[in-house]
Design a protein around this ligand. Structure first.
Ligand code: F6P
Length: 537
């Protein structure tokens, strides 16, 4: 972080550490309103943070000192900001709903291709949903199995669950990611070959897990249906790699493309969203894209002190770099968002888990936080104890939807009451005096006291819909982008995952070869030997 940026972070910290959240509320009756903002169907209350107006101003100056405005434009206009891979970063083009929009990459407008793939996906989704697309034996498709991993899995899994109320219930969706054969085997037990469509989703079409599972699924289908030609009606591919798709044996007529300027963890609004589109239909999918686009426009145009992604990003940096918070917790109070924390984990940790700055030097600040979370209220009966009274500072985002898709008695009121109460308890705690006034015996007072002053953001929407889900995803994408810019790291490569992949190939050959090479360290050689002995090699 350069001197100018460090100066603004210091100024934010100085202002921030003067008062507790409780004192900040006492000092400013308009605080809740003042520290709230709204965009694309989401209301953000960030008043329960350790910031006053001075601290927020300093944080905004930190963003300005990072040239955030210019960097946003560079991303949206297709500059090759992913420098280590020499690629543009244009997931925003995938959901650009302006029919006149042009987005140039290497002197070529990418929007006609984006629209053409969307239209093809729509036709295909219609055909599967209506029964127009039939399996090899003429039966309707009733099961859809997406085979992919990382960004080719987590987004589809999360969004298919999140939008269950909009899904065609006569179709069942499965997601196979792990190279553990149990994942595929347990899935295949639940589907019928003649009624199953496999979507092989892989940006590169070379990922070991996906290609191995795809080959096994293909062998299973051909064996069950007794005809190699069945593959044409039961396998489609989503990828950027036409040659690899053809080499695998999927007709490229059954391929939905996307492009190298879409990062894997940002690819849900590309053809990677095909399973989602089949589930919810093309119209709902269009609303999902529109939600992303609304948040994109907000991020691109709103002033930083009203800009939801920027506010969340700056607060995150205050806690990670000012207060030394190492983790950050995402707590959706909506069962349909149960996989949202896992989706965010890849988005954030694969993007900003870096220790080299943009000039190639070691960073001098904390980069991406450790991200985790679970849906409320389950977390309350598990790890919230540590958030309330533990020794770590853990900033939390609470996410709630005012209306439920499944009203049953007063369950939803209870759910939301818990959400609001948790943020209140974390911010305001409970003093020893309050405990005593409640009659808590003196020897228990130290244990029943809550320090409070634990920061939270609350994000509220009216209802979880395709549009609000799209906006929520874009909100976090842009938060992570902003943090990358301020922390001066490249957010769109992921070299850190390569080494393990390469080593796994060498280990695999030592597991299966007649004689292992013995070229690993003593521990790895020992593990290989033990495995070989256990499986009789
Ligand atoms: O884990 C590394 C990674 O490259 C992710 O970035 C990506 O989402 C995942 O693997 C899957 O890659 P692909 O879509 O090419 O199979």
């Amino acid at each position: 972080m350069n001197d100018e940026k460090a100066k603004w972070l210091d100024a934010a910290m100085t202002a921030s550490s003067k008062k507790t959240i409780k004192e900040l509320f006492a000092a400013d009756p308009r605080r809740a309103k003042r520290f709230s903002a709204e965009a694309a169907g989401w209301f953000l209350d960030y008043s329960k943070n350790r910031v006053d107006r001075k601290a927020m101003k300093a944080l905004v100056r930190l963003a300005e000192a990072s040239n955030l405005r210019e960097e946003i434009e560079r991303m949206f206009t297709g500059e090759k900001i992913n420098r280590t891979e020499n690629r543009a970063v244009l997931h925003t083009a995938l959901r650009n709903c302006d029919p006149a929009a042009k987005v140039m990459v290497d002197g070529r407008d990418v929007m006609p291709d984006v629209r053409a793939v969307l239209a093809r996906m729509g036709d295909f989704a219609d055909a599967v949903r209506s029964g127009g697309w039939r399996g090899h034996t003429g039966r309707r498709i009733r099961f859809v199995v997406n085979i992919g991993i990382g960004g080719s899995d987590l987004g589809p899994v999360m969004a298919n669950l999140a939008l269950t109320p909009y899904a065609k219930r006569s179709l069942r969706f499965f997601f196979v990611s792990n190279v553990d054969s149990t994942h595929l085997a347990e899935t295949l037990r639940q589907v019928k070959p003649a009624e199953t469509l496999f979507i092989i989703a892989s940006k590169t079409f070379t990922t070991q897990e996906t290609m191995s599972n795809a080959a096994a699924a293909r062998a299973w289908l051909v064996e069950r249906l007794g005809d190699e030609a069945a593959v044409a009606k039961h396998f489609v591919a989503v990828s950027t790699a036409e040659k690899e798709v053809a080499a695998f044996g999927i007709d490229t007529a059954n391929m939905f493309v996307f492009w190298d300027w879409v990062g894997g963890r940002y690819s849900l609004p590309s053809a990677i969203g095909l399973s989602l589109m089949i589930a919810i239909g093309r119209n709902n999918y269009a609303k999902f894209l529109k939600g992303c686009w609304k948040m994109d426009r907000h991020f691109r145009t709103a002033r930083f002190d009203r800009n939801l992604p920027v506010i969340l990003a700056l607060l995150g940096i205050l806690y990670s770099n000012g207060y030394g918070a190492e983790t950050y917790c995402c707590l959706p109070y909506d069962q349909y968002l149960a996989r949202f924390p896992a989706y965010l984990q890849q988005m954030d940790m694969e993007s900003n888990g870096k220790s080299t700055d943009r000039s190639g030097k070691p960073v001098d600040c904390a980069t991406g936080p450790i991200e985790w979370g679970e849906p409320g209220t389950n977390g309350q009966h598990s790890f919230y104890q540590l958030i309330h009274q533990g020794t770590h500072l853990i900033p939390c985002d609470f996410i709630g939807c005012c209306r439920t898709h499944n009203p049953i008695g007063d369950l939803h009121d209870k759910l939301m009451a818990n959400l609001f109460a948790q943020t209140e308890a974390l911010a305001f705690g409970k003093t020893a005096e309050e405990c005593r006034a409640e009659g808590v015996p003196e020897d228990l007072v130290p244990f029943r006291t809550f320090e409070g002053n634990r920061p939270t953001n609350t994000l509220l929407c009216k209802e979880l819909t395709p549009e609000t889900l799209g906006a929520l995803i874009a909100l976090y994408e842009h938060k992570i982008f902003t943090q990358g810019i301020v922390l001066d790291i490249f957010s769109f490569d992921q070299w850190g995952v390569q080494l393990g992949k390469v080593l796994a190939k060498g280990v695999l050959s030592d597991l299966t070869a007649a004689t292992p090479s013995g070229r690993h360290d003593a521990s790895t050689n020992q593990l290989i030997a033990r495995y070989r002995a256990a499986v009789g090699r």
